[in-house]
Design a protein around this ligand. Structure first.
Ligand code: AQP
Length: 330
Protein backbone atom coordinates (compact mmCIF):
# COMPACT_ATOMS: atom_id res chain seq x y z
CA UNK A 1 0.00 0.00 0.00
CA UNK A 2 1.25 3.48 -0.80
CA UNK A 3 0.25 6.61 1.15
CA UNK A 4 1.04 10.12 -0.13
CA UNK A 5 0.21 13.68 0.86
CA UNK A 6 1.64 17.21 0.83
CA UNK A 7 1.19 20.74 2.10
CA UNK A 8 1.78 24.04 0.31
CA UNK A 9 4.61 26.22 1.68
CA UNK A 10 2.37 29.30 1.56
CA UNK A 11 3.18 30.25 5.15
CA UNK A 12 4.14 28.25 8.23
CA UNK A 13 1.56 25.46 8.83
CA UNK A 14 -1.24 26.31 11.25
CA UNK A 15 -2.80 24.22 13.99
CA UNK A 16 -5.43 23.40 11.30
CA UNK A 17 -2.80 21.94 8.94
CA UNK A 18 -1.18 20.16 11.89
CA UNK A 19 -4.32 18.59 13.34
CA UNK A 20 -6.07 17.98 9.98
CA UNK A 21 -3.06 16.72 8.05
CA UNK A 22 0.42 16.41 9.63
CA UNK A 23 -0.67 14.55 12.79
CA UNK A 24 -2.57 12.19 10.54
CA UNK A 25 0.53 11.56 8.37
CA UNK A 26 2.48 10.66 11.52
CA UNK A 27 -0.30 8.40 12.78
CA UNK A 28 -0.50 6.56 9.47
CA UNK A 29 3.28 6.20 9.41
CA UNK A 30 3.26 4.69 12.88
CA UNK A 31 0.26 2.43 12.31
CA UNK A 32 1.12 1.09 8.85
CA UNK A 33 4.52 -0.50 9.17
CA UNK A 34 4.29 -2.11 5.71
CA UNK A 35 3.12 0.97 3.83
CA UNK A 36 5.33 2.97 1.50
CA UNK A 37 4.87 6.59 2.54
CA UNK A 38 5.73 9.77 0.63
CA UNK A 39 5.14 13.27 2.01
CA UNK A 40 6.13 16.29 -0.05
CA UNK A 41 6.40 20.06 0.12
CA UNK A 42 3.89 21.23 -2.51
CA UNK A 43 5.86 24.23 -3.71
CA UNK A 44 4.47 24.18 -7.28
CA UNK A 45 1.02 24.67 -5.76
CA UNK A 46 2.14 27.68 -3.76
CA UNK A 47 2.49 29.96 -6.83
CA UNK A 48 -1.15 29.94 -7.92
CA UNK A 49 -1.29 33.36 -6.24
CA UNK A 50 1.70 35.76 -6.34
CA UNK A 51 4.30 35.12 -3.62
CA UNK A 52 7.54 36.71 -2.55
CA UNK A 53 10.41 34.45 -3.69
CA UNK A 54 12.34 34.84 -0.41
CA UNK A 55 9.26 33.79 1.58
CA UNK A 56 8.71 30.72 -0.59
CA UNK A 57 12.36 29.66 -0.22
CA UNK A 58 12.21 30.04 3.55
CA UNK A 59 8.85 28.28 3.88
CA UNK A 60 9.92 25.29 1.75
CA UNK A 61 12.81 24.39 4.03
CA UNK A 62 10.87 25.24 7.11
CA UNK A 63 7.94 22.98 6.15
CA UNK A 64 10.31 20.06 5.49
CA UNK A 65 11.88 20.59 8.93
CA UNK A 66 8.42 20.82 10.54
CA UNK A 67 7.43 17.48 9.02
CA UNK A 68 10.40 15.94 10.82
CA UNK A 69 9.87 17.92 14.02
CA UNK A 70 6.25 16.72 14.10
CA UNK A 71 7.30 13.06 14.06
CA UNK A 72 7.78 11.98 10.46
CA UNK A 73 10.66 9.53 10.50
CA UNK A 74 12.95 9.68 7.44
CA UNK A 75 13.62 5.96 7.82
CA UNK A 76 9.93 5.30 7.28
CA UNK A 77 8.71 8.25 5.18
CA UNK A 78 10.30 9.70 2.04
CA UNK A 79 10.16 13.49 2.26
CA UNK A 80 10.77 15.55 -0.89
CA UNK A 81 10.15 18.86 -2.59
CA UNK A 82 7.61 18.68 -5.41
CA UNK A 83 9.40 20.94 -7.92
CA UNK A 84 12.54 18.77 -7.66
CA UNK A 85 10.64 15.91 -9.32
CA UNK A 86 9.78 17.40 -12.72
CA UNK A 87 7.26 14.69 -13.61
CA UNK A 88 4.64 16.37 -11.37
CA UNK A 89 4.41 19.33 -13.78
CA UNK A 90 4.61 17.05 -16.83
CA UNK A 91 1.79 14.77 -15.74
CA UNK A 92 -0.19 17.84 -14.60
CA UNK A 93 -0.18 19.04 -18.21
CA UNK A 94 -1.29 15.67 -19.56
CA UNK A 95 -4.14 15.59 -17.04
CA UNK A 96 -5.21 19.14 -17.94
CA UNK A 97 -5.71 17.77 -21.43
CA UNK A 98 -7.89 15.01 -19.99
CA UNK A 99 -10.17 17.12 -17.80
CA UNK A 100 -12.77 19.79 -18.44
CA UNK A 101 -12.94 23.47 -17.57
CA UNK A 102 -16.48 22.96 -16.23
CA UNK A 103 -15.32 20.44 -13.63
CA UNK A 104 -12.45 22.72 -12.54
CA UNK A 105 -14.81 25.67 -12.14
CA UNK A 106 -17.02 23.63 -9.84
CA UNK A 107 -14.24 23.18 -7.25
CA UNK A 108 -15.19 24.94 -4.00
CA UNK A 109 -11.61 26.06 -3.30
CA UNK A 110 -11.43 27.68 -6.75
CA UNK A 111 -14.69 29.52 -6.15
CA UNK A 112 -13.57 30.75 -2.72
CA UNK A 113 -10.02 31.70 -3.65
CA UNK A 114 -10.91 33.28 -7.01
CA UNK A 115 -13.55 35.41 -5.26
CA UNK A 116 -10.75 36.74 -3.01
CA UNK A 117 -8.32 37.37 -5.88
CA UNK A 118 -10.80 39.34 -7.98
CA UNK A 119 -9.64 40.21 -11.53
CA UNK A 120 -6.16 38.72 -11.19
CA UNK A 121 -7.09 35.03 -10.88
CA UNK A 122 -4.33 32.93 -12.47
CA UNK A 123 -4.99 30.04 -14.83
CA UNK A 124 -3.03 27.91 -12.33
CA UNK A 125 -5.62 28.51 -9.63
CA UNK A 126 -8.22 26.99 -11.93
CA UNK A 127 -6.17 24.01 -13.09
CA UNK A 128 -4.51 23.29 -9.72
CA UNK A 129 -6.63 20.14 -9.12
CA UNK A 130 -4.98 18.60 -12.23
CA UNK A 131 -1.56 19.15 -10.68
CA UNK A 132 -2.84 17.66 -7.44
CA UNK A 133 -4.19 14.68 -9.40
CA UNK A 134 -0.73 14.31 -10.98
CA UNK A 135 0.92 14.37 -7.52
CA UNK A 136 -1.25 11.46 -6.45
CA UNK A 137 -1.44 9.39 -9.65
CA UNK A 138 2.29 9.49 -10.41
CA UNK A 139 2.95 7.20 -7.47
CA UNK A 140 0.10 4.65 -7.70
CA UNK A 141 -1.12 6.10 -4.41
CA UNK A 142 -3.80 4.11 -2.57
CA UNK A 143 -4.52 6.49 0.32
CA UNK A 144 -4.33 10.27 0.56
CA UNK A 145 -4.59 11.64 4.12
CA UNK A 146 -6.08 15.16 3.87
CA UNK A 147 -8.33 17.58 5.74
CA UNK A 148 -11.99 17.91 4.77
CA UNK A 149 -11.34 20.85 2.39
CA UNK A 150 -9.26 18.66 0.06
CA UNK A 151 -11.78 15.83 -0.25
CA UNK A 152 -13.29 17.26 -3.43
CA UNK A 153 -9.85 17.39 -5.07
CA UNK A 154 -9.20 13.73 -4.28
CA UNK A 155 -12.62 12.91 -5.73
CA UNK A 156 -11.81 14.69 -8.98
CA UNK A 157 -8.49 12.84 -9.04
CA UNK A 158 -10.47 9.61 -8.96
CA UNK A 159 -12.69 10.79 -11.84
CA UNK A 160 -9.67 11.77 -13.94
CA UNK A 161 -7.90 8.46 -13.23
CA UNK A 162 -10.96 6.40 -14.19
CA UNK A 163 -11.48 8.48 -17.34
CA UNK A 164 -7.83 8.11 -18.37
CA UNK A 165 -7.82 4.35 -17.68
CA UNK A 166 -10.97 3.91 -19.78
CA UNK A 167 -9.57 5.94 -22.65
CA UNK A 168 -5.97 4.69 -22.79
CA UNK A 169 -5.98 1.41 -20.85
CA UNK A 170 -5.18 0.64 -17.22
CA UNK A 171 -2.53 3.19 -16.17
CA UNK A 172 -3.41 4.69 -12.80
CA UNK A 173 -4.42 3.34 -9.41
CA UNK A 174 -7.67 5.00 -8.29
CA UNK A 175 -6.92 6.55 -4.85
CA UNK A 176 -9.09 6.96 -1.74
CA UNK A 177 -9.13 10.07 0.48
CA UNK A 178 -8.38 9.37 4.13
CA UNK A 179 -10.09 11.93 6.37
CA UNK A 180 -10.06 11.56 10.11
CA UNK A 181 -13.31 11.82 12.07
CA UNK A 182 -12.37 14.70 14.35
CA UNK A 183 -10.16 17.70 13.54
CA UNK A 184 -10.56 17.53 9.77
CA UNK A 185 -11.76 21.13 9.74
CA UNK A 186 -10.31 23.42 12.38
CA UNK A 187 -11.92 26.85 12.25
CA UNK A 188 -10.52 30.37 12.59
CA UNK A 189 -10.04 31.55 16.19
CA UNK A 190 -11.74 34.80 15.22
CA UNK A 191 -14.59 33.41 13.13
CA UNK A 192 -15.76 29.86 13.89
CA UNK A 193 -17.62 29.69 10.59
CA UNK A 194 -14.45 30.20 8.55
CA UNK A 195 -11.73 27.56 8.06
CA UNK A 196 -8.41 28.26 9.79
CA UNK A 197 -6.04 29.08 6.90
CA UNK A 198 -2.35 29.91 6.90
CA UNK A 199 -2.90 32.73 4.39
CA UNK A 200 -5.71 34.39 6.37
CA UNK A 201 -4.89 38.13 6.37
CA UNK A 202 -5.84 38.25 10.06
CA UNK A 203 -3.06 36.43 12.02
CA UNK A 204 -5.24 36.37 15.17
CA UNK A 205 -7.41 33.78 13.39
CA UNK A 206 -4.66 31.17 13.30
CA UNK A 207 -1.72 29.84 15.29
CA UNK A 208 1.29 28.63 13.32
CA UNK A 209 3.62 25.90 14.53
CA UNK A 210 6.40 28.48 14.80
CA UNK A 211 4.45 31.23 16.59
CA UNK A 212 6.08 32.73 19.65
CA UNK A 213 4.75 30.65 22.55
CA UNK A 214 3.33 33.58 24.51
CA UNK A 215 1.73 34.98 21.40
CA UNK A 216 0.12 31.60 20.71
CA UNK A 217 -1.23 31.44 24.28
CA UNK A 218 -2.69 34.93 23.91
CA UNK A 219 -4.38 33.98 20.65
CA UNK A 220 -6.18 31.13 22.45
CA UNK A 221 -7.13 33.33 25.39
CA UNK A 222 -8.49 35.99 23.02
CA UNK A 223 -10.23 33.52 20.70
CA UNK A 224 -13.89 34.40 20.23
CA UNK A 225 -16.32 32.34 22.30
CA UNK A 226 -20.08 31.98 22.29
CA UNK A 227 -22.41 33.82 24.64
CA UNK A 228 -23.83 30.70 26.37
CA UNK A 229 -20.97 30.36 28.88
CA UNK A 230 -20.94 26.54 29.14
CA UNK A 231 -18.17 24.27 27.83
CA UNK A 232 -20.24 22.04 25.58
CA UNK A 233 -19.64 20.45 22.19
CA UNK A 234 -22.44 21.80 20.02
CA UNK A 235 -21.32 22.92 16.57
CA UNK A 236 -24.68 24.56 15.78
CA UNK A 237 -25.21 26.72 18.85
CA UNK A 238 -21.63 26.91 20.16
CA UNK A 239 -19.34 26.68 17.12
CA UNK A 240 -16.49 28.69 18.67
CA UNK A 241 -16.20 26.61 21.85
CA UNK A 242 -16.70 23.40 19.86
CA UNK A 243 -13.74 24.38 17.68
CA UNK A 244 -11.54 24.99 20.75
CA UNK A 245 -12.73 21.66 22.19
CA UNK A 246 -11.64 19.92 18.98
CA UNK A 247 -8.14 21.37 19.40
CA UNK A 248 -8.17 20.37 23.10
CA UNK A 249 -9.31 16.83 22.31
CA UNK A 250 -6.79 16.39 19.53
CA UNK A 251 -3.86 17.26 21.82
CA UNK A 252 -5.03 15.39 24.93
CA UNK A 253 -6.95 12.46 23.37
CA UNK A 254 -9.80 13.32 25.77
CA UNK A 255 -13.31 12.80 24.40
CA UNK A 256 -15.75 15.72 24.22
CA UNK A 257 -17.75 14.16 27.10
CA UNK A 258 -14.64 14.02 29.26
CA UNK A 259 -13.82 17.65 28.50
CA UNK A 260 -17.41 18.73 29.23
CA UNK A 261 -17.30 16.90 32.58
CA UNK A 262 -13.96 18.40 33.51
CA UNK A 263 -15.23 21.98 32.96
CA UNK A 264 -18.77 21.45 34.20
CA UNK A 265 -19.71 24.41 36.41
CA UNK A 266 -16.65 26.38 35.25
CA UNK A 267 -16.65 29.15 32.66
CA UNK A 268 -14.71 29.61 29.44
CA UNK A 269 -11.83 31.33 31.23
CA UNK A 270 -10.46 28.21 32.96
CA UNK A 271 -10.99 26.15 29.84
CA UNK A 272 -9.10 28.62 27.66
CA UNK A 273 -6.30 28.99 30.24
CA UNK A 274 -5.78 25.21 30.22
CA UNK A 275 -6.02 24.99 26.44
CA UNK A 276 -3.44 27.73 26.04
CA UNK A 277 -1.01 25.67 28.20
CA UNK A 278 -1.77 22.49 26.24
CA UNK A 279 -1.11 24.23 22.92
CA UNK A 280 2.03 25.88 24.33
CA UNK A 281 3.42 22.47 25.41
CA UNK A 282 2.78 20.94 22.00
CA UNK A 283 4.36 23.90 20.18
CA UNK A 284 7.37 23.92 22.51
CA UNK A 285 8.06 20.24 21.75
CA UNK A 286 7.81 20.82 18.00
CA UNK A 287 9.89 24.01 18.06
CA UNK A 288 12.68 22.41 20.10
CA UNK A 289 13.09 19.65 17.51
CA UNK A 290 12.65 22.12 14.65
CA UNK A 291 15.55 24.26 15.90
CA UNK A 292 17.82 21.20 15.95
CA UNK A 293 16.91 20.28 12.37
CA UNK A 294 16.44 23.49 10.40
CA UNK A 295 20.09 24.33 9.77
CA UNK A 296 21.48 20.80 9.75
CA UNK A 297 23.07 19.00 6.79
CA UNK A 298 20.86 16.09 7.76
CA UNK A 299 17.82 17.92 6.36
CA UNK A 300 19.44 18.22 2.92
CA UNK A 301 20.44 14.55 2.95
CA UNK A 302 16.85 13.56 3.76
CA UNK A 303 15.46 15.76 0.99
CA UNK A 304 18.01 14.39 -1.52
CA UNK A 305 17.07 10.82 -0.63
CA UNK A 306 13.36 11.68 -0.90
CA UNK A 307 13.83 13.34 -4.31
CA UNK A 308 15.80 10.39 -5.69
CA UNK A 309 13.32 7.84 -4.40
CA UNK A 310 10.29 9.75 -5.75
CA UNK A 311 12.03 10.42 -9.10
CA UNK A 312 12.62 6.73 -9.72
CA UNK A 313 8.91 5.96 -9.37
CA UNK A 314 7.76 9.08 -11.24
CA UNK A 315 10.09 8.48 -14.20
CA UNK A 316 8.65 5.03 -14.83
CA UNK A 317 5.06 6.17 -14.54
CA UNK A 318 5.60 9.11 -16.88
CA UNK A 319 7.20 6.87 -19.51
CA UNK A 320 4.15 4.60 -19.27
CA UNK A 321 1.77 7.56 -19.63
CA UNK A 322 3.54 8.91 -22.74
CA UNK A 323 3.56 5.44 -24.25
CA UNK A 324 -0.15 5.00 -23.60
CA UNK A 325 -0.98 8.30 -25.29
CA UNK A 326 1.51 7.87 -28.14
CA UNK A 327 3.91 10.72 -27.34
CA UNK A 328 7.64 10.62 -28.14
CA UNK A 329 9.37 7.90 -30.15
CA UNK A 330 9.04 4.89 -27.86
N1 AQP B 1 -8.43 24.40 8.96
C1 AQP B 1 -8.04 23.18 8.65
N2 AQP B 1 -8.42 22.13 9.41
C2 AQP B 1 -8.01 20.86 9.10
N3 AQP B 1 -7.22 20.57 8.04
C3 AQP B 1 -6.81 21.59 7.26
N4 AQP B 1 -6.04 21.66 6.15
C4 AQP B 1 -5.93 22.94 5.75
N5 AQP B 1 -6.63 23.74 6.57
C5 AQP B 1 -7.19 22.94 7.51
C6 AQP B 1 -5.38 20.50 5.56
O1 AQP B 1 -3.98 20.78 5.54
C7 AQP B 1 -3.42 20.19 4.37
C8 AQP B 1 -2.57 21.20 3.67
O2 AQP B 1 -3.29 22.09 2.95
P1 AQP B 1 -2.59 22.98 1.84
O3 AQP B 1 -1.52 23.81 2.40
O4 AQP B 1 -2.16 22.14 0.70
O5 AQP B 1 -3.76 23.88 1.33
P2 AQP B 1 -5.04 24.39 2.00
O6 AQP B 1 -6.01 23.28 2.20
O7 AQP B 1 -5.50 25.51 1.14
O8 AQP B 1 -4.53 24.91 3.42
P3 AQP B 1 -4.57 26.37 3.99
O9 AQP B 1 -3.95 26.37 5.35
O10 AQP B 1 -5.95 26.93 3.89
O11 AQP B 1 -3.57 27.10 3.01
P4 AQP B 1 -3.77 28.43 2.19
O12 AQP B 1 -4.24 29.47 3.17
O13 AQP B 1 -2.43 28.71 1.63
O14 AQP B 1 -4.76 28.13 1.12
C9 AQP B 1 -4.56 19.63 3.54
O15 AQP B 1 -4.66 18.24 3.80
C10 AQP B 1 -5.76 20.34 4.08
O16 AQP B 1 -6.95 19.61 3.93
Amino acid sequence: MRILSGIQPTNVPTLGNYIGAIKNFVKMQNENQDADILVFVADLHSITVPRDRKDIKKNIRSLAALYLASGLDPNRTHIFIQSEVHEHAELGWVLECNSYIGEMERMIQFKEKSAKEGASVTTGLLTYPCLMAADILLYDTNLVPVGEDQKQHVEITRDIAIRFNNKYGETFVVPEPMIQKSGARIMSLQDPLKKMSKSDPNPKGYITLLDDINEAKNKIKRAVTDSIGIVKYDTVNQPAVSNLMTIYSSFTNMSFDEIENKYSGLGYKEFKEDLSEIVANELTKIQTKYNEIINSNELDKILDEGRDYASRIAYKKMAKVYKRIGLGRY
